[in-house]
Design a protein. Sequence first.
Length: 418
Amino acid sequence: MTIAEPAAALGREIVAHIDELAAISAEPGVITRVFLTPEHRAAADLLMGWMRDAGMSAAIDAIGNVVGRYEGEQDGLPCLMLGSHYDTVRNAGRWDGPLGVITAIACVGALHRRGRRLPFAIEVVGFADEEGVRFASTLLGSRAVAGTFDARALDSIDRDGITMREALRAFGLDPGAIATAAHAPGAVLGYVELHIEQGPVLEAEGLPVGVVSAISGATRLSVTLTGMAGHAGTVPMALRRDALTGAAECILAIETYCRGHAGLVGTVGQIAAEPGATNVIPGRVGFTMDIRTAGDDRRKAAVGDLTAAIEAAARRRGLEVAITVTHENRTVNCAGWLKAQVAAAVAAEGYAVRELPSGAGHDAMAIADIADMAMIFVRCRGGISHHPDEHAELGDVEAGAKVLLRLIETFSPRDNAR
Ligand code: GLV
Ligand code: MN
Ligand code: MN
C-alpha cells in the first residue's frame, strides 16, 4: 500500500461518518443537536459504536461526554487526549466539532487495524456541550473533564424552563456525579484538537491545514431590561417605558463600539420580548451579548465600557437593567512544545506551516487547565461556520487526518509533564 491509499480511505470514512452524524438532528433537513436531547443521545450512541469498531472501549461519562480509550503498550498508561464536541448550534453546519471527534476515531482505527500500540494510551472525547446553546454557559463537557465544572450551572434553565439538573436526569445521568468525569492532571500527557478553521485565512493562502497559536478569550453576558407593558393604542410615545426600543438602542451601541475598536467583535445573538404581542408595548426584554478580542485586558475593558453604555441608556429611558456574566474564558495559548510537534507533523506531510490564532472558542481552552494543548485547523470553504453552508473538501479532510495520524505516531510527551 502506498502512503496515499490509506489517507484517501481515511478521508472517505471520515466524510461518510460526518454525513451519517449530520442526519441526527432535532428536525429533518437541518442540523440542530443540543445538549442532553434525544438526538444528542442518539449521536453519542453512534460515536460509541465507531469508537468500538476502532478498537477502543467507549462510555458516556457523568456530563454526557463520549469517552473512547485505546490502551497503549500496557493497560492504564497516561493518555494523549484527542477530541472536539458533538453538540451543535441551531441550524448548524456538519463539520464544527464532529470533524475533530470523527477524525480522531478514524486515526485510532488506522492504528488498530495495523495492531499498533504506543507507549501511551489514546483517549478520544466527544465533548457534550461546547456551544452552550441550551443553557447559555459553554464548554460544559470539557470543564467537567478538567474538573472545573461549576455546579451552579446545574440550576440554569433552558428556554422551556427545564433545569440542567432535570435534563441530566432525563438523559439518564446523575447530576451529583459530575466530579467523576474529571481526569487527574498527570493522566493526560497532552490534548490535541482538530477543527475546521471557521475563518477565511487558510483558504485565502491556499493551505489545507494550519497550526493554532492561541484561542481568544470570550465573555458572554445576559441583559434584561424591564420597563412597563401597556396598550399600543393608548399610551403616548413620550410616556412609554418600552423595553424593546431600549434594547434596540443598546444593540446599536454595541455594534458602534465594536466597529470602532480594531479586532473587537460583539454579537447579540438572542433576544426575546415579553409579553410578545402586536398590540402590547414590550415590558421586558432579555438579550445576550458575546464579546471577544485577542487580549484579555482589552476584552475586559470593552465589557466594562459596554456595560456602562447599557446602564446609561436604561437610565435615560426609565428602564431597570440587570446584566449577568454567563460565561467567561481567558485567552489560552497553545503549548509551545506540543505546537512544535503539530508543526513538525504538518511539515512532514509536505504542507507549509502556517500559525494562526483562533477567534472561535474550543474545548481545548478548558482542557488547558489540566494539560498542555495544541490545535490543528482544517481549511473550510469561504470561512463559513455556524451556518448550514459550512463545508470542508475531502482533500483537506484527508490532509487533516494525515497530520493528526502522524502527530499521534510521533508524539513524545514532554519530559516534565505537569
Ligand atoms: C463556539 O463555536 C464559539 O466560539 O462560540
Ligand atoms: Mn466548535
Ligand atoms: Mn461552534
